[in-house]
Design a protein. Structure first.
Length: 247
């Protein structure tokens, strides 16, 4: 069989990879250079031998945590980004812990290729800090992981905004940071892994506003501490952050 007749015979040939995904040869140069297209739209240039054996992955159909796909990005070349992406997928695929049970990931980030682009544009390093992807600082109570709602921050900043389980029994139905002690409303705040007392008050509203001021001052203090190490946008968000009675 000459080269042209082989090309004519193999162009348009249909096969299935080992995962059962249909693929079609859309370009045939020679045995070593064959372009196949999957029904998902993903194209891959490979060899005719790999096409015949089905040893080609459809990066738009192969699912990570049941919902994500790689696109044209290679996770081995983006190992740190892949680790963060997979962690988000595991929280949003319906099998996450109660903390994340209502969380979702935007359609754009289901494609690892898109997530890598955002990650590489926004990631930075702070010495001796673990970096986290936060979805709550920009928008309180946010349940969606997306480029518009997420920030990359050092873990020590992320923990400031982590809602802790209520520490005291007498804090139910009271504003954040407030609980009843000796028939008065007491205020405490967590700073640098320690608990600080901010006094006793006659009303829960007065107690909350004392907590609000203390918490916002603390956030500003931390923002100033990291001012030269975090992006200005994150610094500005921290410095203008407001604690609300509904938090």
């Amino acid at each position: 069989m000459n080269k042209n007749s082989k090309k004519e015979e193999r162009l348009g040939q249909v096969g299935y990879n080992k995962q059962g995904h249909k693929m079609t040869i859309i370009k045939y140069v020679n045995n070593a250079e064959v372009t196949v297209k999957f029904d998902s739209g993903y194209e891959n240039t490979t060899s005719y031998q790999r096409f015949r054996s089905g040893n080609i992955k459809d990066n738009y159909s192969e699912r990570v945590c049941g919902i994500g796909y790689l696109g044209d990005a290679r996770y081995k070349e983006n190992e740190l980004a892949y680790k963060h992406w997979k962690a988000i997928l595991s929280r949003t695929n319906g099998n996450g812990k109660n903390t994340y049970k209502d969380c979702k990931i935007c359609n754009e980030w289901l494609n690892f290729e898109n997530f890598v682009k955002w990650f590489n544009e926004n990631y930075y390093v702070i010495e001796n800090e673990r970096m986290n992807i936060d979805k709550d600082i920009i928008k309180k109570g946010n349940k969606l992981y997306s480029p518009e709602t997420c920030l990359i921050v050092p873990q020590s900043i992320n923990l400031i905004f982590l809602k802790q389980k209520r520490k005291y029994k007498n804090s139910e139905n009271l504003p954040i940071g407030v609980y009843i002690c000796d028939n008065k409303f007491r205020v405490t705040i967590q700073k640098y892994n320690k608990t600080f007392n901010h006094g006793f008050f006659e009303t829960k509203e007065d107690a909350f506003y004392a907590y609000k001021k203390a918490k916002e001052d603390y956030i500003k203090e931390v923002a100033d501490r990291y001012k030269d190490q975090i992006p200005k946008r994150i610094y500005d968000i921290l410095y203008t952050y407001e604690v609300e009675i509904t938090d």
